[in-house]
Every structure is written in C-alpha cells, then in structure tokens.
Write a protein that binds this ligand. Structure first.
Ligand code: NAD
Length: 418
C-alpha cells in the first residue's frame, strides 16, 4: 500500500521487524501485524467563516483489536498523512499490551493547521470528522482521545456529535473529555506524570539523585508542560523548554508554574517571557543535562544529531521521536532510553481509567488515579527492565517484544476467522 510508505510508518515497521525476528514470530502473524486492520480516509467539507467551503482530509486507522476495543488519539496537524496515522496506531497496539490494558491500537488525524481556524470553524470541522468516522468508533469498538493539536474541547464536540447520532449521551466514546461530561481527574496531566514516574525509576536504577537532576524538554504542549511542572514538583531542575518557535534555557532552573502563567495567560512566546536565554530546538536537544524529554513530534533525533546528544537518560514523551539509526548511536553512547511506548503510556493508562469510570458511572478520587497510574506504569517499567537485562537487549526492544508477544498470544488463542 503506497500511501502507507512514509518515514514514520517505515520506522514503526522496522522496529516491529526487529522485535518479531527476536521473538521468532509466526510468519503469518508478522504479515498481518505489519499492516493496519482497517483504514478509513474521509473528506471533511467545512463551511468557513467567510462563507466558502474548504475540504480537509481525515483518517482513522485501527491497527489491531484482538485484545479489546482499539484506542488512540486524534491529531490535527498540517503534516498528518495515512502512513503517520498507521504508524501511531501500531505503536498504540504495543503500548496498550505492554501496560496490560484491554485495548488494541488506533489513531486518527486531520490534515489541518488548527491554530489557523476560528473556534467555530474548528467545531464544524471536528463535528463533520466525527460524523464521517462514526461507523468505526464507539465505546466497545474504538475510543479516540486527544493528541497533538486537539484537546478536551475537541473531545467534547466528538462526544456530543456521536451522542446526537445515537440519541443519548455516550460518555465512553472518547477519553480526555472535560470533567462535566464524564472526564477523569488527572487525565490532562497523565502523560507528563507517567513520564516523570518512569524517569524516577530510571534514576533509581542508575543510582542517581532526583535533587541533582537537570531536565530539558522539547515541546511545551500537553505532554511537555505537564512533564515540566511535575518534574519540578518532585525536585528536579527544569533547565530548558521549547515549542515550535524555539526555546529558553536557564542554568539555575526555570520557575515552571510562573513560566506557564506567562505563556498561557498572557499569550507570550517562551522567548517573550524573558525567563531564560533563547535557544533553538536543535540546541535544546544537544544540551548537557541529566534527562532529555522529546515531547513534540516524531523523528526529531536522527543520525544528524544523535552523536551530539549529551543527556544521560532519554525519556521519550513524544511518539517515535528517535529514528532507527539514531537509536543505534544513542545505545553506543550509553544513553539510557525509556522508549515511547513505555514512557508516554501514562496518557492511555488514565484514559483507560476514564473509560472504566464512564462505564461504571462511578468516579474516582485524584489520589486513587495517581496511585493506580503509578502502580501500572512502574510495574511496566520494571518488567521491561528485567526483560532487557535477562535477554541482554535494549529497553526499546524489550518493550516492543513484550507488547508484540501479548498481541501474538491473543491472535493465536482466538484463531483465524473464519
Ligand atoms: P500538543 O499539541 O499539546 O503540544 C505539542 C508541542 O510541540 C507544542 O508545544 C508545539 O509548539 C511543539 N512543536 C510542534 N512542532 C514542533 C517542532 N517542529 N519543534 C519543536 N516543537 C514543536 O501535543 P501533545 O499532546 O503534548 O503531544 C506531544 C507528543 O506526545 C506527540 O508526539 C504525541 O503523539 C505524544 N503523546 C501525547 C499524549 C497525550 O496524552 N496528549 C499521549 C502520549 C503521547
């Protein structure tokens, strides 16, 4: 399928091939799991505020549903394409299996620059997209969530559009919703919190002290900003953050709550906040720091810059931030990598809690959510670490192999239909 053949999809397949080889995976399963189960491409006509109609392209890809309904975010970004969405869906399958969640993987996206739309255009686009993918989604079928360029408001519009079609409120059709319509406490910060929890386990494993840890974060959206806040809460020093416009560096440590206040409330760029020296995204990645957290887009660390990285731990908040070639370079440099499907799984873990709470119509306290997230993600970290040490392999390979093996077991036990 030519439309799948993009750099991000090639990366996901190359990772899968390596893990499948190491697992000696059944060749029939390999053929199946390399491809999505279902891919839907939709045209989304939207009446713009000036009266014209623009047609956007959207996607929803379900990679696998052998272990339960498929689950995965929706991305609004001008570079969205079928191959990227399919790669992200595949990673979701391994991520859910690795964390032991009863889900398969999916992903969706619309090729659009959301910041260029007015709020009402964004709402019309979202509602029409939701109506077009309506046949695929549902609380028992496929459950979307926020990703790059989407948020709780977008999820609320999808929940409402779906509910209007069926005639009653269906809270469990999406996660990452506002609290007023069945969202969960702790969901917004969940991915960042998970990044911090696994980083703390990695520091413990490497016998390093959180109080002497410096952190640089690329991307200051949902994942990046919450990682920064919680890193500071647990005692680490956040020395640099960036967004698409570049970043700031402060060797003494940034005051993250104050930075966020200026960034969000006053609508300043990171540079405008004057809380640190300006630096480019490339310079941020090459900073001398304990922990580097890529929390923006994929393939940011490639063979071009991998040799220049100076962190001790790479905690992959983003999906697919490291290319295959870069991965080899980082391993040779002795950088401890917490791979994406483990490091950023806090989001889908708390999404799972949200879906369970919606199904039960019974909502949990923030403390319960944090404790359960901590238990699931730190267990996943230690299982992966033990596997990696026992098999003398990398954390990435260990995480992929564990996830893929669970999915393979489900397929083999269910058998081939018909
Ligand atoms: P977001 O839209 O909230 O934030 C993205 C951030 O990246 C923004 O600060 C943006 O300015 C920055 N950015 C965009 N292009 C950039 C570039 N070229 N260079 C540097 N920075 C750039 O998105 P998010 O939800 O925080 O997601 C970030 C990453 O984390 C994505 O890879 C996403 O798939 C992954 N992820 C998100 C979640 C979640 O719960 N939101 C869960 C797991 C993984």
């Amino acid at each position: 399928m030519n439309e799948l053949d993009t750099p991000t999809y090639r990366l996901a397949v190359a990772q899968f091939d390596q893990a499948a080889e190491a697992l000696n995976l059944d060749p029939n399963l390999r053929q199946r799991l390399k491809l999505p189960q279902r891919s839907l491409i939709v045209s989304i006509p939207v009446r713009m505020d000036n009266g014209t109609v623009e047609v956007f392209t959207g996607y929803r890809v379900q990679h696998d549903s052998s272990r339960g309904p498929s689950k995965g975010g929706i991305r609004y970004h001008p570079d969205v394409n079928l191959g990227e969405v399919a790669a992200l869906a595949m990673w979701m399958t391994w991520k859910c299996a690795l964390a032991g969640l009863p889900y398969g993987g999916a992903k969706g996206g619309v090729k659009v620059a959301p910041k260029k739309l007015s709020r009402s255009e964004l709402q019309r686009l979202t509602r029409r997209y939701a109506a077009e993918i309506f046949p695929l989604i549902g609380p028992d079928k496929d459950v979307p969530a926020p990703d790059v360029g989407t948020d709780a408001q977008v999820m609320a519009w999808i929940m409402d559009t779906y509910s209007q079609q069926v005639g009653y409120a269906v809270q469990g059709v999406v996660t990452g919703k506002p609290l007023s319509i069945g969202g969960s406490l702790g969901r917004e910060e969940a991915t960042g919190r998970g990044v911090v929890y696994v980083t703390m386990e990695a520091l413990r494993h490497l016998k390093m002290d959180i109080e002497r840890t410096t952190v640089a974060i690329q991307g200051f959206g949902n994942v990046g900003s919450n990682t920064a806040l919680i890193m500071q809460e647990v005692g680490a020093k956040v020395v640099a953050v960036s967004d698409v416009s570049g970043g700031i560096y402060n060797a003494k440590g940034l005051d993250v709550p104050e930075l966020l206040r200026r960034y969000r409330t006053n609508g300043q760029t990171l540079r405008d906040t004057k809380m640190g020296d300006f630096l480019t995204n490339e310079e941020l990645l090459q900073l001398d720091c304990t922990v580097l957290v890529p929390a923006a887009l994929s393939e940011q660390i490639s063979e071009k810059n991998a040799a220049k990285l100076r962190c001790r731990i790479l905690a992959e908040g983003a999906n697919g931030p490291t290319t295959l070639e870069a991965d080899r370079i980082l391993i040779d440099k002795g950088i401890f990598i917490i791979p994406d499907i483990l490091a950023n799984s806090g989001g889908v873990i708390v999404s799972y809690f949200e879906w369970v709470q919606d199904a039960q119509r019974f909502f949990w306290k923030a403390k319960d959510i944090q404790e359960r997230l901590h238990e699931i993600i730190t267990n996943a970290f230690h299982r992966t670490l033990s596997f990696a040490l026992a098999k003398k392999t990398t954390m990435r390979m260990a995480a992929l192999m564990s996830g893929i093996d669970k999915v393979a077991q489900a397929h083999l036990q269910r058998g081939l239909y018909p």
